[in-house]
Design a protein around this ligand. Structure first.
Ligand SMILES: Cc1cc2nc3c(=O)[nH]c(=O)nc-3n(C[C@H](O)[C@H](O)[C@H](O)COP(=O)(O)OP(=O)(O)OC[C@H]3O[C@@H](n4cnc5c(N)ncnc54)[C@H](O)[C@@H]3O)c2cc1C
Ligand SMILES: NC(=O)c1ccc[n+]([C@@H]2O[C@H](COP(=O)([O-])OP(=O)(O)OC[C@H]3O[C@@H](n4cnc5c(N)ncnc54)[C@H](OP(=O)(O)O)[C@@H]3O)[C@@H](O)[C@H]2O)c1
Length: 596
C-alpha cells in the first residue's frame, strides 16, 4: 500500500526550477508554510527562467526561449507578487516609458533577481543543479518522510562537471516550465527541413541579425510568430510570409504591417536541390525559393524526469506495485467516460481523447497536487494570461495545503483520490465539449455552404480571414464575427490548439479566485487589499527608499473579479497603442532595443 495519509504534512520540500514559478513558490512556502527546510534547485547559472536570456548559441545547454528586444505583454500590476510589487517602467525613463508601460526582458529579469536575492544569499537557491530523475518510493507507514528520491547532476564542480548525487525529500514542487518541450506541426516534409536547419522553432529565435534580405516563411499567428514577423519586417525580403490557421486573436497583439502577408496553412514542405524550401499551401498555392522557415507553434507541458508508483486506478497494470512508471505515461487516465482513452480514431465510436487533453501533466487536482500522491505538486503546470500572479496564489494555496494554519488547519483538499480527480475530469469534459461544438458548428456551416454552392462567397470569406492581420481595434471588443472566425479557423473546422486543457484562458479569474478564497479562509490577512507600487509610500518599504524593488509587507492577494478581468483585457489595446507609439516615434529600431 503506497497511498499517502492525507492531508500530507511534509517537512522538507524541494522545488525544481528557478523561473518565476519556482522563485514565487520558494518565497511563499518559506513565508506561509510550517516546513523545516525548503530549497530550490536550478540547472542554469542564474535564476529567472525565460527572463534570464544568458547565452543563446549552439553551446548553450539550456537556452531561454526569450530573445533580444523582447517586450512583455503583461502590465506591472499583473506581474506583482504580493508584498513585492513590480515597479512601473516609468521609474526608469519617465519620458519614453509613459508610452511604453510594458516591461522589457531586462526589467523583468531585474525584478526576479531582486525577489530571489535573499534566497540566493542564504543558500536556499542552488544554481547549476539539474534534476535528472525524481522517483516516488514506498513509505510503509503512509507518511512522506524521505519519500522522493532525487537524482541531481551538479554542474558546479570544475573537475567533474555533471557529477551525479542522490538526495531524499519529503515533497517535490515541479516548476520546470514548458519550454523544453516544443510543439512542431505534423506536416509532410517538415522533418527533412529540420534536419538541415532550414526550419527553426521559435525557441531558437535570437533576433533578425544575419537574416537581411532573406526570404522567410513564419508558421503560427500568436505572440512568438508575430514578434518574429515584426522583427524581420525591416530587414528580410518582403513580403514576409506568415502561414496562419485563423485570424489574429485580439489578445495576441500585433501591428498590421503591409510587409507581412498572411497565407493559408502549409500542406507540404519540399526541399529543392539548391537547399531552398518550396511549400504547397492548403489552397494549392506554391511559394518557392524560401531561405528559412520559423515555426512559432508553441510549447507543451511535459515532465519526463518524474517517475511515480503505479496509481490505484482502473487500467493501470500492476496498480499498487512498487516498480515506478513515468508520470507522463499516465496521460490516458481519468478520461471522461464520453471520450475514448485509446486516442485511436473513433475506435469504439466515442470521440478520441485528443492531443489537447493528453497535452497535460496528468492527474493533478486543481492543476497543482498530484492526486494519487499529494506530496508531489506543480506550479504553473498550465499556461495563464498572468503567470506571475497565478503562481503567487497557487503557491500560497500549496503552502497552506501542506501545512497547518494559524488556527489549526491550513487549506483543505478532498480526502479521497476519486474526489481529487474530479476537477481534472470535469475540466477535460468541458474542453472537449467546447471543441466538439466548434467542429460541429463549423461542419454544419460548411455543409450548408456546399449545398448552396456559394463557392464565390466562400473564397471571399477565406480571403477576408487571411487578411485579418494585426488587431486594429483600439479597445478589446472583438466583433462576434472575428471571434467566430478565430474559433473555427481558416479551413472552417480546426479548433485552435490553444483551446487546451492546460491553457486557463477564460477560466483564469474564476480559477484564481477559488484558490484565493481557500487561502484567505486559512490566512485572513492575505485577503487584505493588494499593495501595488504606487499605493505605498517609499518610507513603508523595507530595503530603503532608493531601492526600486520595494518589499511592501502587509499586502494581500488581488481580487480576481470582473473588474480585474476587464482591466486585464484592457491591456491589449494599451499594448497596441504602445507598439504604434514606438513605431511612430522611435522607428523600426525599437524592436531591437535591449534593456531599459
Ligand atoms: C518568449 C516568451 C515571452 C513571454 N512573455 C511573457 C510576458 O510578457 N509576460 C508574462 O507574464 N509571461 C510571459 N511569458 C510566459 C512565461 O512562461 C512566464 O512569464 C514564466 O516565465 C513562466 O515561469 P516558469 O517558472 O513556469 O517557467 P520558466 O520561466 O520556463 O522557468 C523554468 C525554470 O526551470 C528550470 N528547469 C527546467 N528543468 C529543470 C531541471 N530538470 N532541473 C533544474 N532546473 C530545471 C529552467 O532552467 C528554468 O529556469 C513568455 C514566455 C515566452 C517563451
Ligand atoms: N512579447 C511577448 O510577451 C511574447 C512573445 C512571444 C511569446 N510569448 C509567450 O510565450 C508563450 C508561447 O507563445 P507562442 O506564440 O510561442 O505559442 P502559442 O501561444 O502556443 O501559439 C502557437 C501558435 O501556433 C499555431 N499552431 C499550433 N499548432 C499548429 C500547427 N500544427 N500548424 C499551424 N499552426 C499551429 C497556433 O494556432 P492555432 O490557434 O490555429 O492552433 C498559434 O497561433 C505564450 O505564453 C506567449 O504569450 C510572449
Amino acid at each position: 500500500m503506497h497511498r499517502e495519509e492525507t492531508p500530507v504534512r511534509p517537512k522538507r520540500v524541494l522545488i525544481i526550477g528557478g523561473g518565476p514559478a519556482g522563485l514565487i513558490t520558494l518565497r511563499n512556502l518559506t513565508k506561509l508554510g510550517t516546513f523545516e527546510r525548503v530549497e530550490l534547485v536550478e540547472r542554469r547559472d542564474d535564476v529567472g527562467g525565460v527572463w534570464y536570456l544568458g547565452a543563446k548559441d549552439a553551446n548553450s545547454k539550456w537556452p531561454s526561449p526569450a530573445y533580444p528586444g523582447l517586450i512583455g505583454n503583461v502590465l506591472p500590476e499583473f506581474l506583482s507578487v504580493h508584498d513585492f510589487p513590480f515597479p512601473p517602467p516609468d521609474q526608469y525613463d519617465p519620458e519614453h516609458r509613459k508610452n511604453l508601460p510594458f516591461p522589457t526582458l531586462t526589467e523583468t529579469y531585474d525584478y526576479l533577481r531582486a525577489f530571489a536575492k535573499p534566497f540566493l544569499e542564504d543558500g536556499r537557491i542552488r544554481l547549476g543543479q539539474q534534476v535528472v530523475k525524481v522517483e516516488e518510493t514506498l513509505i510503509a507507514d503512509g507518511s512522506t518522510k524521505d519519500k522522493w528520491l532525487v537524482l541531481i547532476r551538479d554542474w558546479n564542480d570544475p573537475v567533474n562537471p555533471g557529477v551525479e548525487r542522490e538526495e531524499k525529500w519529503d515533497a517535490i514542487v515541479g516548476c520546470t516550465g514548458w519550454y523544453d518541450n516544443l510543439v512542431w506541426p505534423e506536416t509532410e516534409g517538415l522533418d527533412a527541413l529540420r534536419e538541415k536547419k532550414l526550419a527553426v522553432h521559435a525557441k531558437g529565435w535570437n533576433g533578425p541579425e544575419g537574416l537581411e534580405g532573406k526570404r522567410v516563411l513564419i508558421i503560427g499567428n500568436a505572440n512568438s510568430s508575430n514578434d518574429i514577423a515584426s522583427q524581420l519586417a525591416p530587414v528580410a525580403m518582403t513580403p514576409i510570409y506568415r502561414s496562419i490557421r485563423r485570424p489574429n486573436f485580439p489578445g495576441f497583439v500585433s501591428l498590421p504591417d503591409e510587409r507581412i502577408e498572411n497565407v493559408p496553412p502549409v500542406k507540404r514542405y519540399m526541399l529543392t536541390n539548391t537547399d531552398k524550401v518550396k511549400v504547397e499551401l492548403e489552397n494549392g498555392r506554391i511559394i518557392d525559393n524560401i531561405d528559412i522557415v520559423f515555426v512559432g507553434t508553441g510549447y507543451k507541458p511535459h515532465v519526463d524526469f518524474v517517475h511515480v508508483l503505479p496509481p490505484p486506478l482502473d487500467g493501470v497494470p500492476n496498480a499498487n506495485g512498487t516498480t515506478t512508471v513515468p508520470l507522463m505515461s499516465l496521460v490516458g487516465l481519468n478520461a471522461p467516460t464520453t471520450l475514448d482513452p485509446s486516442d485511436s480514431e473513433n475506435a469504439n465510436s466515442k470521440p478520441a481523447l485528443s492531443s489537447v487533453l493528453t497535452n497535460r501533466i496528468p492527474l493533478l487536482h486543481r492543476h497543482i497536487l498530484y492526486a494519487p500522491s499529494p506530496s508531489l505538486a506543480f506550479i504553473l503546470s498550465m499556461a495563464a494570461y498572468t503567470p506571475f500572479t497565478i503562481a503567487d496564489v497557487s503557491s500560497c494555496w500549496l503552502a497552506l495545503a501542506w501545512s497547518t494554519g494559524k488556527g489549526g488547519e491550513g487549506v483543505e483538499y478532498p480526502k479521497t483520490l476519486d474526489e481529487r480527480l474530479k476537477f481534472e475530469r470535469e475540466r477535460m469534459e468541458a474542453i472537449e465539449k467546447g471543441r466538439r461544438e466548434i467542429q460541429e458548428r463549423a461542419q454544419e456551416k460548411n455543409d450548408q455552404r456546399e449545398k448552396e454552392k456559394e463557392n464565390a462567397t466562400k473564397a471571399a470569406d477565406v480571403r477576408e480571414q487571411h487578411n485579418t492581420g494585426g488587431t486594429t481595434s483600439e479597445t478589446f471588443s472583438p466583433s462576434s464575427s472575428l471571434i467566430a472566425a478565430w474559433q473555427s479557423g481558416t479551413n472552417g473546422h480546426t479548433p485552435s490548439a490553444l483551446n487546451l486543457y492546460s491553457v486557463l484562458a477564460v477560466s483564469e479569474e474564476d480559477y484564481a479566485q477559488g484558490l484565493k478564497e481557500d487561502v484567505v479562509k486559512a490566512r485572513p490577512e492575505l485577503g487584505r487589499e493588494q499593495k501595488l507600487w504606487d499605493q505605498a509610500s517609499a518610507s513603508e518599504s523595507e530595503g530603503g527608499s532608493d531601492n526600486i524593488y520595494r518589499h511592501l509587507p502587509g499586502g494581500g492577494l488581488p481580487e480576481w473579479n470582473l473588474e480585474r478581468r476587464k482591466k486585464r483585457e484592457e491591456m491589449y489595446p494599451i499594448k497596441l497603442a504602445s507598439l504604434k507609439w514606438a513605431r511612430e516615434k522611435m522607428g523600426e529600431r525599437w524592436t531591437n532595443r535591449e534593456g531599459r
